[in-house]
Design a protein around this ligand. Sequence first.
Ligand code: NAD
Ligand code: WQD
Length: 343
Amino acid sequence: MNKVLVTGGCGYIGSHTIIDLIDHGFEVVSVDNNINSYTYAMDRVESIVKRSITHYRMDLCDLEATRQIFKDHPDIKAVIHFAALKSVGESVSQPLRYFDNNLNSLLNVLSCMRDFNVPHFIFSSSCSVYGNTTALPVTETTPFEEAESPYARTKQIGEQIIRDFARANAAVSSILLRYFNPAGAHESALIGEDPVHEAWNLVPAITETAIGHREELLVFGDDYPTRDGSCIRDYIHIMDLANAHTKALQYLLADKQEQNCEVYNLGIGNGVTVLEAVHAFEKVTGQKLNYRIAPRRDGDVVAVYADTGLVGERLNWQARYNIEDIMRTAWAWEKQRKSTVNG
Ligand code: NAD
Ligand code: WQD
């Protein structure tokens, strides 16, 4: 069995990915300091996959502690590096904290990979690296605009660090995955998006409104030049996103890469407006959502969605879920979360 180290394993994307990896025969070692997650996420992952998972609770900014994981597991074949702080707004007010956490953890992981001869690396990048681009759909070669936040800059710099590392370490092959808008939850409704602070993304804002944690959903702008005036995004179901990591890993292990650092966009290529997302929620749940049109949110781009040709062709990956599946699973998770976690 190929052993994979998953950093940020208790987080939203990490926890779902561990399930898909184990379903596809990988052995997982996980690490997280729970700065933005809860340890019970790992208990729930274990109950879903029906086996125990080796998990370390520690900070990847601590180099010695990070090295210990690699010493304990000299047979790690790959690292999937999810661990990072990810709140765009928080990064604007705390830029140094974001640079410190996201870049030092990355440097520590890469130096351990070099020292312990780990051959494969997958990095969580983001569509935010493209900045306020107007080129649509966004391809992997769309030039980067200025980063809109320190968070996005940590991803631009992180990618650059990995490219330089790849140039100097031919034995390590890397894949950079640029996620668009991940949303939804595992079908079991045992895990889902569960940040320690109030969520600011659209789908949790919708479900938190419907469950009554928020009075109303604010739709930020209906005067954009789009089909209904609200912004367009590329929402990708979390289990589709998880499976793309498995596909990327299988691709690396089969030695199929053409370059030792490759990059793929991960969206479904289908732009959905905010109002369409709201109506999809209303359709699958059969309930009206209390929403109100509000002024535009600072920093929002009008529309962004991915060209998914490359990831489909090279990694043999295809999305299986649509926006209605996203809303159905996010709602099932929200109801369960209220009854067993917060309630
Ligand atoms: P998340 O916050 O749910 O998960 C990240 C996990 O990393 C958390 O559990 C956190 O506690 C952990 N972590 C952070 N710093 C750490 C450190 N120094 N040491 C150990 N653990 C640490 O976020 P997510 O949504 O699962 O995102 C995973 C990755 O994907 C991140 O790199 C994020 O920037 C990237 N990404 C996320 C989105 C999104 O919308 N969710 C979009 C694009 C990219
Ligand atoms: C989507 C749309 C909002 C909340 C963010 C990060 C990006 C990446 C993905 C990490 C926008 C509208 C939202 C609400 C609303 N993350 N909206 N009312 O901004 O596209 O991307 O997540 O890498 O870096 O910036 O996602 O979910 O916040 O917003 O009308 O209460 O929903 O204006 O048009 P965004 P989002």
